[in-house]
Design a protein around this ligand. Structure first.
Ligand SMILES: NC(=O)c1ccc[n+]([C@@H]2O[C@H](COP(=O)([O-])OP(=O)(O)OC[C@H]3O[C@@H](n4cnc5c(N)ncnc54)[C@H](O)[C@@H]3O)[C@@H](O)[C@H]2O)c1
Length: 324
């Protein structure tokens, strides 16, 4: 079968990936060993695709929905597919067992990918005959709304596998980023980790409340980060660009970098301090409401970005601004 993918695990991430592939024209088989999860996924996917169509990131929700099949047999799910993507819970034993089975039972030319957040592919593919076709394709939650995907092979992953993965991810509308060699946390979670560690430290030492820290990102750094990365940002923060910025501010950043690492900011006591400062833990219904709100806002942001990119006037306005 042409352009067909198997999603292994129908939890938060598996159901989201199923929609990403289906809205791009792929046939999808969504498999889970727990029938209740398949039923949940089915109930979630229909309305979500409708919302995506309304936001302009899915051309035809009905057609996408019809391309997703819900499978209770692993063998049937993977038969004849070219892209097999594992989204099981984050434990090494589960990944190792599933990859061993997939490597035994699937077509040799199919790519075997894992959504793992933090386990290197080399930990669960080393002994496989087909290890050259295995890699990590790590998404950001929820991948149907946040396009970046980190592609990271093990040392034995074939370069052609990485290249095919990059092409497929681009074709289905995601933004692939190649992690050139294995490192804990890949790229995104290392950046997030650096920021969170500093945030925990600033709260621990009483410099700022968690609430004001969140404002610093959402009404400060985060506004720019919705459309430009840190290097693109500093290019504009000094008249002579990145080199000028580094010359002006490197002493300050060097002092920060030299400050001793503080792993104790992750101690339970400090986590409890942050939790207490944020107030009561969310109820299940409030958590669900905020998750829906996050998804609606992400959709609105995606729609806004699509409208900017699709609007030639915007490019023109930019030129005029730059000249002026
Ligand atoms: N949730 C996130 O924010 C996020 C982000 C990026 C990557 N990831 C990664 O994606 C993967 C999946 O995470 P999730 O949040 O979707 O987890 P989840 O718990 O929501 O879903 C896991 C699914 O796997 C199913 N499952 C468990 N064992 C199985 C088996 N042996 N065979 C078939 N199905 C089985 C479960 O029934 C469940 O539906 C993890 O590796 C996680 O680290 C998660």
């Amino acid at each position: 079968m042409k352009n067909s993918a198997a999603m292994i695990g129908a939890g938060l991430i598996g159901r989201a990936w199923a929609m990403v592939f289906a809205r791009s024209g792929w046939n999808v088989r969504l498999y889970d060993s727990n029938p209740a999860q398949l039923a949940d996924a089915r109930a979630y996917i229909g309305p979500s695709l409708d919302e995506q169509q309304a936001a302009g990131i899915c051309d035809d929700a009905k057609a996408a929905l019809a391309r997703i099949n819900y499978m209770s047999s692993l063998d049937d799910a993977v038969a004849g597919t070219q892209w097999i993507h594992e989204h099981l819970p984050e434990t090494l034993e589960l990944k190792r067992a599933m990859f061993a089975e997939l490597d035994r039972t699937t077509a040799r030319d199919a790519i075997l990918a894992s959504s793992t957040s933090a386990i290197r592919a080399s930990k669960f593919t080393e002994d496989l005959a087909g290890r050259a076709r295995c890699l990590v394709a790590h998404p950001v939650n929820p991948p149907h709304l946040v396009p970046v995907v980190e592609i990271c092979g093990a040392p034995w992953t074939a370069p052609e596998t990485i290249e095919r993965a990059r092409t497929i991810m681009s074709e289905i509308g995601q933004t692939p980023v190649i992690v050139r060699r294995e490192i804990d946390g890949f790229i995104l979670n290392r950046l997030q980790g650096a920021l969170l560690t500093e945030a925990m430290r600033l709260v621990q030492e009483g410099y700022v409340s968690p609430d004001d820290l969140d404002k610093t990102i959402k009404d400060g750094l985060g506004l720019r980060w919705a459309f430009m990365g840190p290097f693109e940002t500093i290019e504009l923060n000094a008249p002579g660009g990145v080199a000028d910025y580094c010359a002006r501010y490197s002493d300050f950043y060097r002092r920060l970098a030299a400050a001793s690492p503080r792993p104790d900011v992750w101690d339970a006591g400090n986590a409890a301090r942050v939790v207490a400062a944020l107030g009561a833990t969310l109820s299940a219904s409030e958590r669900a409401r905020r998750t829906r709100q996050r998804d609606r806002l992400l959709l609105a942001l995606r729609r806004h970005r699509v409208s900017l990119h699709d609007n030639p006037k915007h490019e023109k306005t930019d030129d005029v601004d730059a000249a002026g």
